[in-house]
Ligand binder design. Structure first.
Ligand SMILES: NC(=O)c1ccc[n+]([C@@H]2O[C@H](COP(=O)([O-])OP(=O)(O)OC[C@H]3O[C@@H](n4cnc5c(N)ncnc54)[C@H](OP(=O)(O)O)[C@@H]3O)[C@@H](O)[C@H]2O)c1
Length: 269
């Protein structure tokens, strides 16, 4: 029997208030984490997500501390404040899920440079900054047998060059974070921190729903598995990558997309 779990771990999930970040936070709560820290910009969303995760833990008969701290990670000072607030509550971190992200899509002629900067700033620069801040804490929790884990939420958009809706900054930012993950995987391995990137295909969420309304049917019909991603698809991979058993898995970029990146539909322009 193989029992994948994150028993006793302290985890931080950025953008953990909804969507894929919430799926990750729920999985960590349900699979043994001792403490789960979540963050996003909106205080109300943070509070509601904290209550939801506490109720989930209670329902499962688990004792999990949920900490929620509002912060805009794309603003350097707020990212530092977030780290400082976490450091007041825990003294190490076993798992960092760098998930917070945003997108913008428009044809090149209408795609202002400011949107590219905004997306790259959150999806790449803020991920770099968050990892930089938390590295000493991850190192404190790390061991040869069970390294600490950084999970970067990249995207299959990092692999494909078939940009159907003009997400120029998004696709490049995801290729950049995947590269950062590989770069750090090599540098951090001697410090016993594993770095892996997850590359989701299309999962319903606030970020993806606009696009799914327009091209959702095509996404399903061209997907080799014939469907969109579901919460459990992501949760299983996250818990595996964070488990003791995956301690030799380092530096990967793992698509969770039913094979969609091998069969992308033709661009519309
Ligand atoms: N859904 C998909 O199909 C898909 C596919 C591939 C990759 N991804 C990646 O998965 C990650 C999560 O996406 P999602 O689909 O779950 O999107 P989502 O539903 O829009 O969730 C994004 C999360 O990030 C937070 N956030 C946004 N801007 C932030 C900022 N400046 N500082 C801190 N937190 C911020 C949001 O909360 P606030 O608004 O309160 O800040 C929210 O909690 C992203 O990196 C995305 O690129 C998603």
């Amino acid at each position: 029997m193989v029992d994948f779990n994150v028993n006793g771990k302290i985890a931080v999930v950025t953008g953990g208030t909804r969507g894929l970040g919430m799926h990750c936070a729920e999985a960590l709560v349900e699979n043994g984490a001792k403490t789960v820290v979540i963050t996003s910009r909106k205080p109300k969303a943070c509070q509601e997500a904290k209550t939801h995760l506490e109720e989930l833990a209670q329902k499962r008969g688990l004792k999990v501390e949920i900490i929620s701290i509002p912060a805009d990670l794309s603003i350097e000072q707020e990212c530092e404040n977030f780290y400082n607030e976490v450091a007041k509550k825990v003294d190490k971190v076993d798992i960092l899920v760098a998930n917070a992200g945003a997108t913008w899509g428009a044809p090149l002629e209408e795609h202002d440079v400011k949107f590219v900067k905004k997306v790259v700033n959150l999806n790449f620069v803020a991920v770099y900054h968050t990892i930089k801040l938390f590295t000493p804490f991850l190192e404190k929790a790390a061991s040869q047998e069970d390294p600490s884990r950084i999970i970067i939420m990249s995207s299959i958009a990092s692999l494909t060059t078939n940009d159907a809706v003009g997400t120029y900054g998004y696709n490049a930012s995801k290729a950049a974070v995947s590269h950062l993950g590989k770069n750090l995987a090599v540098q951090f391995a001697p410090r016993h921190i594993n770095v892996n990137s997850i590359l989701p295909g299309f999962f319903p969420s606030k970020l993806a729903n606009g696009l799914l309304e327009v091209v959702g049917d095509v996404m399903k019909s061209t997907n080799p598995r014939g469907r969109l991603g579901e919460k459990e698809d992501l949760q299983a991979v996250l818990i595996f990558l964070c488990s003791k058993q995956a301690n030799y898995v380092n530096g990967i970029t793992l698509p969770i997309d039913g094979g969609a990146h091998l069969n992308t539909p033709a661009a519309h322009f």
